[in-house]
Structure formats: C-alpha cells, structure tokens
Ligand binder design. Structure first.
Ligand code: ATP
Length: 422
C-alpha cells in the first residue's frame, strides 16, 4: 500500500483545475501546481491567451500557498499532436486533437514530469471523470461541505484501474480520456468526479477565485483555441483545389480549396449555389468532395465501421470479448452524442469491427470510436474504415431488383457473421 502524499495538479488557470487544487489542498495533500504551455502562436485577435492563463494559474497557486511551476511542451505538442493532425487531414480524415493531447501531453509528458522530476505520488486534473480508485459514496456533493478526507488516502493497486463517467453526465469528459494509459490512470485523481459544474463555480466563488470566474469556457482545438478553421489549416497545408461533386448524379457543383478543409456531414458553402449542400465523402486521389442536397441524405448514414488497434483502458481486451469474440456495449464517436448500442467483433490484430444498432449520421474516419459498458469507459480506437452508406445499399438493392428491406431499415440490428464491412 502506498500513501499518496504529494499530488501535482495540472492548472490551466480555469475554474475546474483551480477548484480541483483547492479541494486537494483542503484535504491536506502536499500540493504543487503546474501550468503547461503547448502552443505559442498568437490567436486571431493577436493575443497570446496562454500568458493570461498562466498568470491566472499562478494567482490561484499563490492564494492556496502552494508551489507553482510552468513547463513547455510546445515541441512535443507540435511533433506528437499537431503534425499527426496535419497528416490525418491530408489523408482525408478528421482527427481528434483533444483525445491525442490527453494521451500524449497531459497523461504522458506532464505525468512523467510530475512523477519523475517533481516526485509526485499522483497527478490531478480538473477533468470531469471518475476512477475505480475513488469510493462512489464519498464522491457526492453533500460531502464537499464538510472538511473530512474525501479521497481514499491509500491506493490499493491490485487490479486494473477503471475509468467511469462523472456524476455530472453533461460535463463528463471520459470520451476525451479514452486513450490514456493504465499506468497514468493508476496515479491520477479527478477531484471533480462527483460534482456538477454549478457546484464547482459556487466553490470557486466562495474561495474568491473571481478573476477566473469571469473567463469564457475553453473552446476550439485543445491548446490552440477557437479559429476560423479554413484560414487556420491553410496556413499549414498547401491549397489543393478540387471539385464539389453531387453524389446523386455526378454533376460538378463548384470548386473548393482542399478536401482537408471539410469534414463529413458539414454544410459546404458552394459558390453560386443557393441551396445547402452537405459533405458526404471525399476522394483524396482526385480531390473530389462529394455532396448531397439534404442534411439527412442516406449517403450520410452508416451502421458499420472498423477501427485501428483498439486501446482498452482496464482489460486488454475485456475477458468477455476474448471468450466470445463478440461483445454488446455502447458507442459514441462525438462528445455528448447519445450512447448507441453496438456489437463489437475483435480481430486477431487488435482492431475491431463495430455494428451499430441504427445507422448514424456522419461517422467520420479519424475520429475515435469510444465504447462504454454501463458507466465504464472501456477505451477507444481510431475509425479507419466505414461500411457502405444507406445510399450505396439502396442503389445496390435497386440494381439487383431486390424488394425486401435491409435489417437496419426494419429496425433490427444487422449482425452479419464475419466482416460486416464486406
Ligand atoms: N495549460 C494547461 N496547463 C496545465 N493543465 C492544463 C492546461 N490546460 C488544461 N489542463 C488540465 O486539463 C484539464 C482539462 O482541461 P480542459 O481544457 O479540457 O477543461 P476545462 O474544463 O476548460 O478545465 P479548466 O476549467 O481547468 O480550464 C484542466 O482542468 C487541467 O487540469
């Protein structure tokens, strides 16, 4: 058994990590605050927001009377997150830098720095998530009004640590944590696990953190912030003009500056077209971006996908999946998308096939398929291939002259044996 004494808290200068630090301090931990700088360019208003955030984090550490450090991962962020993002866009995918940033920066470089250089027993962040190391009953808001110790002081680390959704399901961030390593999770505390955002704001106000309560919630790409996406991405990738092509009749509808400025499902503004068109597919070899005339066009709906090697957080992979090769669980590929029942089939190389209970709009290669069982987040894998769209299936059926409906249209889940993508 190892008593956790020294906790290093990742402090962004925002409400959540400030309150996380405050709660740890009240609980009597030896605490250190660390601000990370990961991106050093100015935003569109010519402001370096990280300067102000760093000052805010420093002020909170000063108020809490704890040591403050700042550390730069600008190089690591560039090589391990941003270049990967550019490569993915070039391949026609839409990456998720927030998931990658947690995996590579916060829960790898920051974690190693905290443990190896600052001698931390554990790290803490202001994420809304919970682990199996915290007793559920102590993570309830009513306990936070009393000063007694709320975290288990000892980490009895025998079994794998599991990642669970936060009590505040609206704020739950397990989706973004679905790629972090077991090694880091074993030594991570999420002090906000049982709290609602409103309650966190109340605690911040009572503690006198007025300077941070005035700030806007962080939005946009992790550490880069809100940008005009097309303008931003064209600073890094050469324009690659191509055509918008109608998925219905192959007609050229207009031109664009590069397929990487679009993601599936997005409304495409096509010069000269008064009606709305939506991106349904891209061909990076020709530069064609395929568009459909309605937001709920069948070309946007699919119920099968394949991921790359899946990252399982606690069990590598779950015993049930090894035993039966198939598992029922829940799926999401966008933060806050309602969870959808799915069937997962494991391949020998660690990749998985996913069959969804219903076709979903705009499944997107490059995004992560995240699985849940109850309130446990099992892990995630990057979507690398999509099954046929409902449009393709309908066309195929018309060609074959078939009359019966596909299982996904009758409301039954289609679970073909073997590869559901073929
Ligand atoms: N620049 C940073 N330096 C140190 N830690 C950071 C930084 N940015 C984010 N973090 C850590 O990651 C957590 C989640 O960050 P994210 O931006 O997703 O959420 P947030 O709700 O805006 O958090 P906060 O209110 O603390 O800014 C933060 O609570 C903090 O612990």
């Amino acid at each position: 058994m190892h008593a956790v004494r020294h906790v290093v808290c990742a402090m962004s200068g925002g409400v959540d990590s400030s309150v996380a630090a405050l709660l740890l301090k009240r609980r009597g931990y030896q605490l250190t605050g660390v601000f990370m700088r990961n991106w050093d360019s100015l935003d569109e208003q010519g402001v370096c927001t990280s300067e102000r955030d760093c000052e805010d984090a420093y002020k909170v550490c000063h108020m809490l009377d704890i040591p403050f450090h700042q550390v730069s991962y600008v190089k690591e962020y560039w090589h391990e997150v941003f270049s990967n993002l550019l490569k993915e866009y070039q391949k026609g995918r839409t990456p998720n830098p927030d998931i990658l940033c947690n995996k590579q920066i916060k829960f790898k470089h920051f974690f190693n720095y905290a443990v190896n250089s600052l001698g931390a027993d554990a790290i803490a962040t202001g994420h809304y998530a919970r682990t199996s190391l915290e007793d559920e009953d102590v993570f309830q808001q009513r306990h936070y009004t009393t000063p007694q110790s709320l975290f288990r002081d000892r980490f009895e680390i025998r079994n794998s640590v599991r990642l669970y959704q936060a009590a505040d399901l609206f704020k739950d961030q397990t989706f973004f944590l679905s790629q972090i390593s077991q090694n880091a999770l074993r030594r991570t505390i999420f002090p906000l696990a049982g709290l609602t955002k409103d309650f966190v704001k109340k605690v911040a106000a009572e503690a006198g953190f007025r300077h941070i309560l005035r700030k806007k919630e962080s939005m946009g790409i992790c550490f880069i912030g809100e940008r005009n996406f097309e303008k931003f991405i064209l600073e890094y990738l050469e324009p690659h003009p191509g055509n918008f092509v109608s998925i219905e009749d192959g007609k050229i509808m207009g031109t664009h500056k590069g397929w990487f400025t679009f993601t599936l499902g997005q409304r495409a503004r096509i010069g000269g077209q008064r009606d709305a068109w939506f991106v349904v597919d891209k061909d990076v070899t020709t530069g064609d971006v395929f568009v459909a005339p309605t937001t709920n066009h069948p070309a946007l709906f699919r119920d099968n996908l394949r991921t790359d090697r899946f990252h399982w957080i606690a069990e590598e992979p779950p015993a049930e999946l090894i035993r039966t090769k198939m598992m029922e669980c829940h799926f999401r590929f966008l933060h806050q998308m309602p969870l959808m029942p799915c069937t997962v089939t494991l391949n020998q190389d660690g990749t998985v096939w996913v069959t969804l209970a219903k076709p979903v709009r705009a499944l997107t290669p490059g995004q992560f398929a995240v699985f849940y069982k109850g309130d446990e987040c099992l892990g995630s894998g990057k979507i690398v291939r999509l099954g046929p769209s409902m449009h393709t299936l309908q066309l195929g059926r018309e060609k074959l002259g078939e009359t019966e409906k596909f299982p996904s249209e009758t409301g039954q889940n289609s679970k073909p044996a073997g590869n559901p993508l073929i």
